[in-house]
Design a protein around this ligand. Structure first.
Ligand code: 2NE
Length: 272
């Protein structure tokens, strides 16, 4: 695949590539196993926004630079007393905003995991719609060991993914699990040799790009609606509104207002 760097997508902590309708977003801090600092997360949010708005993009890959780590969570060396400190001294937990963004972004997001997906990095792969693991991947949470926890999607979504007992084991014992164990518990979709990781991930994206983007979009919102309460229903209903806007019936309402005449909805059927 011939990855290109589009204009306006150069960052400090991450890389942005695109090809064949696929965006690839890479956390690029391999010296710390791709741990994120607030600036990394801010750039990730911008990059995902870019991919979200680009009509040429139909699937997004999230990955980490190098073969040793997908992401090792929040950078502990800049962790202040109230969160992760940015260069101006403000303390953040802004990865939670990134989690929500990936979850609600109306295009499939695929985690491409080589090496460690640990702590907040593990939650990031969990949030992605699909996870493709290399055979050297290792998964786990460390929160209780380093004085942290993710009781939102990090706990709730994990329980829905691997079951309550296993999710509690993962969080309460802070063990690591290899790729085969992750596959067995339904934490990843497939495991491939490290050398084939990108080819396999791209292939999964290519397959999704052959399918109806609206159906995929509605399905992603549907999976969220089940668990996200009113926010999930808002997301699903927002998609329904977007589709309704495309109909002559909705356009009649708009046109009547703009043309200062009564709307004529009689021509539209009341379907059973
Ligand atoms: C990932 C793991 C198990 C790998 O171990 P190993 O032995 O293979 O590598 P090593 O030597 O620990 O790591 C290589 C370099 O990366 C740094 C290390 O300090 C080391 O640096 P040097 O000694 O070579 O200078 N590094 C790795 N992870 C880092 C991190 N997260 N922050 C800063 N530097 C890091 C092992 O490295 C590990 O356990 N890492 C820590 C995992 C962790 O606890 N992450 C934070 C969880 S909390 C969180 O992410 C979070 C949350 O819970 C809620 C909200 C937001 C974030």
């Amino acid at each position: 695949i011939d990855w290109q760097v589009p204009d306006g997508t150069r960052y400090n902590d991450i890389l942005y590539h695109q090809a064949e309708g696929i965006a690839k977003i890479t956390i690029n801090r391999p010296q710390v196993h791709n741990a994120f600092r607030p600036e990394t997360v801010m750039e990730l949010i911008q990059a995902f926004r870019h991919a979200h708005l680009d009509p040429n993009i139909g699937a997004i890959i999230l990955t980490g630079a190098g073969e040793r780590a997908f992401c090792s969570g929040g950078d502990q060396t800049i962790r202040g007393d109230g969160g992760y400190r940015d260069s101006s001294g403000v303390e953040h937990l802004n990865v939670l905003e990134l989690q929500r963004q990936i979850r609600t972004l109306p295009k499939p997001v695929v985690a491409m995991v080589a090496g460690y997906a640990i702590g907040g990095g593990h939650v990031l792969h969990l949030i992605c719609d699909l996870s493709i693991a290399a055979d050297n991947a290792r998964f786990g949470q460390t929160g209780p060991r380093v004085g942290s926890f993710d009781g939102g999607l990090g706990a709730g979504l994990l329980a829905r993914t691997v079951g309550m007992k296993k999710a509690k084991e993962i969080w309460f014992l802070c063990r690591q699990y290899d790729a085969q164990q992750a596959l067995q518990m339904g934490l990843v979709n497939t495991v491939v040799p490290l050398a084939e990781l990108e080819n396999e991930t791209v292939q999964w994206c290519r397959e999704m790009l052959q399918l109806s983007p609206t159906a995929l979009r509605m399905l992603k919102a549907s999976f969220n609606a089940e668990t996200d309460g009113l926010a999930g229903i808002q997301e699903l209903a927002g998609n329904a509104t977007g589709l309704f806007y495309l109909t002559a019936e909705a356009q009649e309402g708009r046109d009547a207002f703009v043309e200062k005449r009564p709307a004529d909805f009689n021509k539209f059927p009341r379907r059973p």
